[in-house]
Design a protein around this ligand. Structure first.
Ligand code: MLT
Length: 255
């Protein structure tokens, strides 16, 4: 299984992903928030690449059942219902709702990967479930780091390296590209204490300065869920579960 890490969305165009399996990660905070929203009962999430498109998409959706969510400079956008703090996405606020979601880097990366065969949404909250799923899938895949403003970011690269390390505990049948090897090495150096790594990262510091320190603690939680969101037909939903695990499409379970 060949694993490549795209260290910034700026390194590739949309067509790069066609026919591929892609894992998109923006641990601070978009993919952590998406996973949390679906865990807490959101019906579906529509990621969008611009604020204008978020407004347009939400006006075409079903009135009170749709919330428009997202951030600019980490803060809730004027006129939006929610921002991008995972702590806002509680069951009482979002249960049964469709969420139109715009974030500076995360949702743009997800939309960029739209031509992939399969787009998997990952964060530390579901890292082990994603590793297990990919080992079972047994196909080459890309890890797309959302990064920061089209540049490398530490926290998504550490996630990529830790996902690779977890896969290597389950199978030796792995071939890493140079960016895969580099991510694994970076995760060994910075991945031991996730809260500390977040606090040292550029975006982590920015979030702390803007009052989101609690979000960093939450985003560092490991394996809170076995659920795996996937992006298909413009919508993110959880993969159906079977025997407590997310099911690889087309696979059968022997009982
Ligand atoms: C992003 O998509 O750039 C981030 O999730 C920003 C944030 O922390 O709100």
């Amino acid at each position: 299984m060949k694993i490549n890490v795209v260290l910034s969305p700026a390194n590739v165009d949309e067509l790069y992903f066609s026919g591929k399996t892609t894992v998109v990660v923006d641990v601070l905070r978009a993919t952590t928030t998406i996973i949390t929203a679906l865990m807490n009962g959101a019906k579906e999430i529509v990621p969008v690449g611009s604020v204008e498109f978020a407004m347009k998409a939400s006006s075409n959706m079903f009135g009170g059942q749709t919330l428009i969510c997202g951030e600019r400079n980490a803060k809730k956008i004027d006129g939006f219902n929610l921002g991008n703090s995972p702590l806002e996405f509680t069951n009482d606020v979002i249960s049964g709702k469709s969420l139109v979601f715009f974030t500076t880097n995360g949702t743009k990366a997800i939309v960029k990967a739209k031509y992939s065969d399969e787009v998997i949404i990952a964060s530390f909250l579901n890292i082990s479930a994603v590793a297990k799923y990919l080992v079972e899938l047994n196909k080459p895949f890309e890890i797309l780091c959302a990064g920061k403003n089209n540049s490398f970011c530490l926290e998504d690269t550490v996630f990529a390296g830790k996902l690779i390390a977890e896969i290597l505990t389950q199978t030796e049948d792995v071939e890493l590209t140079d960016s895969g090897l580099a991510s694994a090495a970076i995760a060994k150096t910075f991945g031991k204490n996730l809260k500390k790594m977040f606090a040292e990262s550029e975006h982590g510091k920015f979030l702390i300065e803007n009052g989101f320190e609690e979000d960093l603690k939450y985003c560092a939680k490991l394996n809170v869920t076995n659920d795996i969101p996937v992006y298909a037909s413009n919508i993110i939903k959880m993969l159906p579960r079977q025997n407590g695990e997310s099911k690889v499409p087309g696979s059968t379970t022997i009982s």
